[in-house]
Design a protein around this ligand. Structure first.
Ligand SMILES: Cc1cc2nc3c(=O)[nH]c(=O)nc-3n(C[C@H](O)[C@H](O)[C@H](O)COP(=O)(O)OP(=O)(O)OC[C@H]3O[C@@H](n4cnc5c(N)ncnc54)[C@H](O)[C@@H]3O)c2cc1C
Length: 244
């Protein structure tokens, strides 16, 4: 991929989402020219975090904010701390407000929102795969007449619900927004959907109803979801996917 411009930003805020996930809000300099489409990602690095060749360690992260948030000169990234072995994701969780963060991008041309598509939008996410979908949902909700939006979001249990307040807020206040959350390791008092996302699809989406689908999650979830949607008659053109 051709190298894109690099902007040196500053970490403005770290917002804890779950015990292992935080959202990092990066403020760009006033003069920076950065634009992107929901669904794209950027390469992040920390100038003082170098690999054994003396170059900054870089990793790809989906932009979790919407292009409208750029009016405040900010970009958000929602990052899971990988734990043992996870080089960059562990290091950025040690970063503090005021630390410099380098943002290179945006990258990605296949998994991008078409905000003019009038079809009902079905978003399917697992874990931190919600990040690019949150950007897309924010973009759609900033329109005067957003299309109907349904989000099926799978995560382990209650404490792993990223953007819980924001998404349940949409569910309550946006007329055409429907949220289905599914717990893969439900506690004994959870009464909602239980199981991994692909296991739930035959019951929830037995046939194609004219939606456009955007999904993001780990490769196994994405492969199995694409497989089911094909079986259910969703046309390939209507199914967009990102995985990591
Ligand atoms: C387009 C794109 C968008 C992405 N968006 C996001 C996002 O929004 N949020 C997000 O959290 N992630 C996202 N990712 C993933 C991200 O780029 C990183 O891959 C992730 O954060 C792990 O990086 P790391 O440096 O912490 O782990 P790495 O050091 O690269 O290690 C990767 C994995 O290998 C394991 N590992 C490393 N060394 C060993 C070893 N010696 N033995 C066994 N296992 C080992 C680690 O535990 C880890 O799970 C995205 C990836 C892509 C390609």
């Amino acid at each position: 991929m051709a190298k894109k411009p690099v902007v040196m930003g500053t970490l403005a805020e770290v917002l804890p989402e779950t015990p292992r996930v935080s959202t990092f809000v990066v403020r760009l300099p006033e003069e920076a020219e950065f634009s992107f489409v929901s669904g794209q990602f950027a390469m992040l690095s920390l100038p003082d975090f170098l690999n054994d060749k003396g170059r900054p360690v870089r990793r790809a992260y989906s932009i979790a904010s919407s292009p409208h948030d750029l009016a405040r000169k900010t970009l958000s990234f929602t990052i899971t701390r990988k734990g043992e072995g996870g080089l960059f994701s562990n290091r950025i969780h040690e970063a503090r407000a005021g630390d410099p963060v380098s943002v290179e991008g945006p990258y990605g041309s296949s998994f991008v929102l078409d905000p003019q598509d009038p079809r009902p939008h079905l978003f399917i996410a697992a874990g931190s795969g919600i990040a690019p979908l949150r950007s897309m949902i924010r973009t759609l909700l900033s329109k005067e007449a957003p299309p109907p939006i349904e989000l099926l979001y799978g995560f382990r249990g209650e404490e792993d619900f990223i953007y819980a307040q924001e998404l349940t807020g949409y569910e309550k206040s946006v007329p055409n927004f429907s949220l289905k959350t599914a717990h893969s390791r439900p506690s004994s008092h959870w009464t909602g959907l239980s199981g991994r996302v692909p296991e739930l699809l035959p019951r929830l989406y037995p046939s194609y109803k004219g939606q456009v689908v955007y999904m993001c999650g780990h490769p196994e979830m994405v492969t199995q979801t694409v497989e089911w949607l094909g079986t259910a008659g969703f046309p390939e053109e209507a199914v967009r996917k990102e995985q990591w």
